[in-house]
Design a protein around this ligand. Sequence first.
Ligand SMILES: [Zn+2]
Ligand SMILES: [Zn+2]
Length: 329
Amino acid sequence: MQVMHKNGIIFREKSDLFVDAGGIRNKSCLITHAHSDHAHATSSNTYYLTPQTSALIAAKEKGFSVKEIEFGKKFEVDGFSCRFLPSGHILGAGQVEILNGAHAVLTSDFKLQKSILFEGAQILPCEILVIETTFGVPHYSFPSRDVVYEDMMRWIHEQLSASNFVVLGGYSTGKAQELTKVVNEFLGESPLVHPKVFCQNRVYEKQGVKLGSYIELNHNLGDSNILIMPPHLIDDNLLYALSRQIGKNVEAAIATGWGKFSRYKTFPLSDHADFTSLATYVKESNPKLVLTTHGFEEEFASYVQKKLGIPARPLSRGAQSSIGDFAAP
Ligand SMILES: [Zn+2]
Ligand SMILES: [Zn+2]
């Protein structure tokens, strides 16, 4: 089996299996989860995805041809036997187990940490491991999620006690739902949520994930002292405008693993595996070949090769990677 990176990920045996691929026509393609850099659905292809991912991208409403596959259920695509297993990343997000000649696993975006909403990813043994390495250097080692929740709640509590208004930043699909739940569960507050967040919160709830109560933002800033919104919309102008409107001091915090790049307070609440989790996955999965993709792919491949003694390289380097390429003595 060969694995390639070309506008997505392609597994090649006698035929090609496309995963999270763009730029294809009249093909079958797997979608691992609903984030826009993975779900590139267009009308000419047939997509295999979990029912939850299908709901988050509103695939049926948009008229895409989809085959919804439950977690754990085997399915065949062009000679490949496949299975989605939860990746612990966001609702419906799957790792993919692929059998065709070799036994491969694609983690896609994943985390091992359990969150207030989901269990962490299960580590899958395989021969070829294609692993997402967003945080593939030791600098990115996150505290346990419970500790981060506690820190965050302490900070929010301080702000509310000082009569400040709190803006929390989290991606509208995934992080914002966790924030909604955390604010409900630990503070007993119903936050205002940006309309984009509201829409995805509803999908989570329809899929059986209870988030507590929340209010859609719609000229109703007085309804809560906490607002959850996508981080890219948060800037000084917005905070200033909010402050003028509410007549209160406004403090912002962003939930992200990329803390050092933010000008605001951050909490390392990431939906991606940190360096320690990446290393744990590789060791326990015990593959013959590791292909890294995304983020610190060079650095992590070099770590795997040198420190764990397993052949590894970034998937994007070179056109092809197969077990045979690494069969050096
Ligand atoms: Zn993602
Ligand atoms: Zn991603």
